[in-house]
Write a protein that binds this ligand. Structure first.
Ligand code: PEP
Length: 238
């Protein structure tokens, strides 16, 4: 079970350090759950400092470039992240696909390079509301999942775009159906993402093919992030 908090473009260094300090002992209360936070690039180091050397909470970036270095203004490479102590990266988040021209091909390149360099990778897939309404969910998932490499450090996050930051959550049955389909295509663990909060975490995480959650808005508040991780531990112990 993996619970990852995607902080998006929230929390500068000061806030990231304070949050990390508060949750550094959380994994001691959430047996069976790998706890991950994904701060913005500029706050990665502060989060690592707040956690300290002993903490089992891991820090991932929200993106990673496919080259080791080069003329790629605004990008950050896997070796740069590893040098800081960052253990992984999200790739292909729908906000990257929607607003920053990320494609299946760039997602594949980012995932492959990150994994090859030694990072863990959470690769996001998911259909838009229009695609779901026109019955294209499986085609979209097959296309997005189809490009992802096979690797022991790859985790897939199913994030229906219509459920991200909207308060609209996929029903547990919808999540389960999509996760089972993804697992028929790829053998990676699959996280659910899309308005996960303490009130719905238990039932979503309790679905047989849901292996954890990628949490946006509800990961910004330490109390609600802790509550979701505790729900994960309850499911893991069941
Ligand atoms: C996300 O950013 O990956 C996400 C799922 O956001 P939210 O939980 O706010 O819907």
């Amino acid at each position: 079970m993996l619970i990852a908090g995607n902080w998006k473009m929230f929390k500068g260094a000061h806030e990231a350090r304070a949050f990390a300090t508060r949750i550094r002992h959380l994994p001691e209360r959430t047996q069976g759950v790998d706890v991950v936070v994904c701060p913005p690039f500029v706050s990665l180091q502060a989060a690592l400092q707040g956690l300290g050397e002993e903490s089992l909470v891991r820090v991932y970036a929200q993106n990673v470039h496919w080259e080791l270095d080069g003329a790629f203004t605004g990008e950050v490479s896997a070796p740069m992240l590893l040098e800081l102590g960052v253990k992984g990266a999200i790739v292909g988040h729908s906000e990257r696909r929607q607003h920053f021209g990320e494609t299946d091909e760039t997602v594949r390149q980012r995932a492959e390079a990150g994994l090859e360099a030694g990072l863990s990778v959470i690769a996001c897939v998911g259909e838009t509301g229009t695609e779901r309404e026109s019955d294209e969910t499986q085609d979209v998932l097959a296309r997005q999942v189809g490009v992802l490499p096979r690797h022991e450090r790859l985790v897939i996050a199913y994030e229906p775009v219509w459920a991200i930051g909207t308060g609209r959550t996929a029903t547990p049955e919808m999540a389960q159906e999509a996760h089972a389909f993804i697992k028929s295509l790829h053998d990676a663990p699959v996280l659910y993402g899309g308005s996960v909060k303490p009130e719905n975490a238990l039932v979503l995480l309790g679905q047989p093919d849901v292996d954890g959650a990628l949490v946006g808005g509800a990961s910004l508040d330490p109390a609600s992030f802790e509550a979701i991780c505790l729900a994960g531990a309850e499911v893991a112990a069941a």
